[in-house]
Design a protein around this ligand. Structure first.
Ligand code: NAG
Length: 323
């Protein structure tokens, strides 16, 4: 694994540690009844295994640190959401949509799909994937299962209102769309600012659909410094190691709007409790820190206990769970 990929995994881990300062030990009872996960390769835990795609990870070396071997995860250990699930007190990982069934959906489902974006066409050069729109449609199916299990819509709505919804989309709309001008026209259609507007507008609509189907506690995870990702360095860096500033600048435009979307949702959707996680800033701390991984956990924890609104806004996941 390249050092940049390692940095990504470190980011994933530190995000989880920062936003949740609770003990690692599993609890008898999770802090929330269910945890729903939407995203891309950073959190996909197996939904691409049975579809035709180059963006698959159900082969070695992915998953080598899991007791059961390869899992379809894109890291060789726990993903961000695996760690968050553990910190929320779940005693097992949240099942992927591809295999979740029956009562199994009641603790939540992971809909994430590698290469997926907010836009449907994003990642198409990699083959099949489930875009955010597709993930939202799959979630609607889960909701009808929850209604069947609990008996009526009122009980289902009450149950779902207590659950946490983690959303981490957008990276592929840049890496596997906007910054691939040979394959996608978006960079000729939109300036980076316009593209960020278009993405957030579509994301906002999709998030409102989740809200209409019961989601209230929404965790919107910003895009990290993907101008420093292995993919961007290989294709766009002048020397293969300097981060690509124009990609990072575009990401920050997206993140600024995502943070505003949190305010918009909280103001305009009754009982919505949305928060924004600043993955970009956390990544920057790690890049700027010459220290080792463990040290980075300390950085994460210290930033967390400072309760800085730049890391998580307006509150962190631990407090969101308690609301
Ligand atoms: C929904 O189900 C709950 C739990 O079984 C029950 O108490 C409630 O009366 C039901 N509500 C309606 C509108 O049927």
């Amino acid at each position: 694994m390249g050092s940049d990929l390692k940095k990504w995994l470190v980011v994933a881990f530190v995000v989880a540690v920062m936003v949740l300062n609770s003990p690692f030990a599993a609890r008898a009872q999770p802090q929330v009844p269910c945890f729903f996960i939407f995203g891309d390769s950073l959190v996909d835990n197996g939904n691409n295994n049975n579809i035709v795609s180059l963006a698959k990870a159900n082969y070695r070396p992915y998953g080598i640190d899991f007791p059961a071997g390869t899992t379809g995860r894109f890291s060789n250990g726990k993903t961000t959401v695996d760690v968050i699930a553990e910190l929320l007190g779940f005693d097992d990982y949240i099942p992927p949509y591809a295999t979740a069934s029956g009562e199994g959906v009641m603790k939540g489902v992971n809909y994430a799909s590698a290469a997926a974006g907010i836009r449907d066409e994003t990642g198409r050069q990699l083959g099949a994937r489930i875009s955010f729109g597709g993930q939202v449609r799959n979630y609607k199916n889960t909701v009808s299962q929850v209604v069947n299990i609990l008996g009526n819509e009122t009980s289902a709505a009450n149950y779902l209102s207590k659950c946490i919804y983690s959303l981490a989309m957008g990276s592929n709309d840049y890496l596997n769309n906007y910054f691939m001008p040979q394959q996608y026209p978006t960079s000729r259609q939109y300036t980076p600012a316009q593209y960020a507007d278009v993405l957030i507008q579509q994301y906002s609509q999709q998030i409102r659909t989740l809200y209409n189907y019961g989601a209230r506690k929404l965790v919107l995870i910003g895009v990290g410094q993907i101008g420093c990702s292995p993919n961007a360095l290989a294709q766009n860096s002048r020397d293969g190691s300097t981060c690509v500033q124009r990609i990072n600048d575009a990401n920050q435009m997206f993140n600024t709007r995502l943070r505003s979307l949190v305010d918009d949702l909280n103001k305009n959707l009754p009982n919505a409790k949305a928060i924004y996680v600043n993955a970009y800033g956390i990544f920057q701390d790690i890049i700027n820190s010459p220290s080792s991984f463990a040290a980075n956990i300390i950085v994460g924890r210290r930033s967390y206990s400072a309760q800085s609104s730049t890391d998580s806004y307006p509150i962190d996941i631990r407090r969101l769970a308690q609301l």
